[in-house]
Design a protein around this ligand. Structure first.
Ligand code: GZL
Length: 383
């Protein structure tokens, strides 16, 4: 249904554009054809022509289609090209979309797990175009290489909503719903500065296990933390990708324990699953981490299992990235279906977690931050 309605909308706009462009030669410009203006439509209406009748007929058909659709409660078809299944965060993100865009809620969701493969993700989106779906949701594995396929979506008249990670080489999408990853990195850095001052730690020698290289989450968290490290004169001994996986975190940390034995006092993992792997490696190497031990372990995501490790005194601070975007995406789709223009960017609410001894006052760009104590209730309510 939606596709037909959309084609009617597009034809009405095109016909209206022709009517507006059929004014005096003075109205012809070298500028790109302007959107049909109300004045042009009014002027055209004053001189009834065949084109105006076409627009009115198309508009009447649109109104009827829309009314029929609502009355029929017809299914909205959605394609979702998900990054993969690499982390607890990803599992929660996928569940959020599958719960909201369910058959019971009036949707037909085509879900593709792209298994961290960018080529497969582009292929999945092209498959959605061939199916003529009503909407496409993309969580982009990496932030570049998107303009061509987004142009194909635009040409097919299929609105795209981007969630979580960002697309940096095209803006041909209706809206993006996600997190400010650089803010997350800045929060970790500013917290570490305050925590080090509170505990009399004069020197910071950090090892970073970064996320999937080129993912906006990795870029933002790396840039934010490095900005504070550079400002404070800390040493980042090394940064290698753990690809947001537990296995990757363990492999990189095993290498770090050999190469930097006794030289580091901070480990920054760019998601909880990397932190789980890093903890295994440090346990095997006899490295003590967590509050009161040799190494401060910082993590991102703050999934349930991550908060359990904060509560257990293993992760010293965990910086949340909220995976529950689907309700906000549903709002965007409702706005688009109603012919409204959604906000281009919708930011999710995030929290910074620690145990009481690691809760310190800090600010980001002068804005005071609130930390959340990890309690059993907080863990029970997490994703
Ligand atoms: C961040 C998200 C990241 C998570 C990881 O928004 O894209 O990808 O931090 C996940 O857990 O793998």
């Amino acid at each position: 249904m939606k596709k037909k309605l959309l084609s009617l909308v597009l034809s009405a706009v095109m016909v209206a554009g022709l009517v507006a462009g059929c004014g005096s030669s003075a109205s012809q410009t070298t500028e790109p054809a302007a959107e049909p203006t109300e004045a042009a439509a009014t002027e055209a209406a004053a001189e009834p022509t065949e084109e105006v009748a076409d627009v009115e007929a198309a508009e009447a058909e649109i109104a009827k289609e829309a009314a029929d659709a609502v009355a029929d409660g017809e299914t909205i078809t959605i394609g979702f090209a998900q990054v993969g299944h690499e982390s607890d965060w990803r599992t929660a993100s996928t569940k959020s979309c599958q719960d909201v865009f369910s058959a019971d809620n009036g949707y037909d969701l085509t879900f593709v797990d792209c298994d961290n493969d960018s080529a497969a993700q582009l292929e999945a989106v092209r498959g959605f175009i061939e199916q003529g779906l009503d909407y496409i949701i993309i969580d982009p594995i990496v932030s570049t290489g998107w303009d061509t396929v987004l142009t194909e979506c635009e040409d097919a008249g299929i609105p795209v909503i981007v969630i979580d990670r960002t697309i940096d080489d095209s803006d041909k999408y209706a809206a993006w719903v996600g997190s400010n990853f650089k803010t997350e990195g800045l929060a970790a850095g500013e917290w570490l500065k305050a925590y080090a001052e509170k505990n009399g730690i004069k020197e910071i020698n950090a090892l970073v296990i970064s996320g999937t290289t080129g993912a906006s989450a990795q870029i933002g968290r790396s840039d934010g933390f490095k900005e504070i490290a550079d400002r404070e004169g800390w040493t980042i001994l090394d940064e290698q990708t753990g690809d947001f996986t537990e296995e990757g975190g363990q492999q990189v940390m095993e290498s770090y324990c050999k190469s930097y034995d006794g030289k580091f006092n901070v480990v920054v993992c760019q998601n909880d699953n990397e932190a789980f792997g890093a903890m295994t490696a440090m346990d095997n190497a006899g490295v003590k981490y967590g509050p009161g031990n040799d190494v401060i372990l910082i993590s991102f995501d703050a999934c349930t299992a991550g908060l359990e490790d904060v509560k257990a005194g293993k992760i010293t601070a965990d910086f949340e990235c909220n995976p529950l975007a689907a309700p906000f995406v549903e709002e965007v789709i409702a706005q688009l279906a109603a012919g409204e223009e959604p906000e281009k960017e919708v930011y999710m609410e995030e929290h910074w977690y620690a145990l009481p001894d690691a809760i310190v006052d800090f600010s980001i760009d002068g804005e005071a931050q609130t930390m959340t104590e990890v309690t059993d209730d907080v863990i029970a309510a997490q994703y």
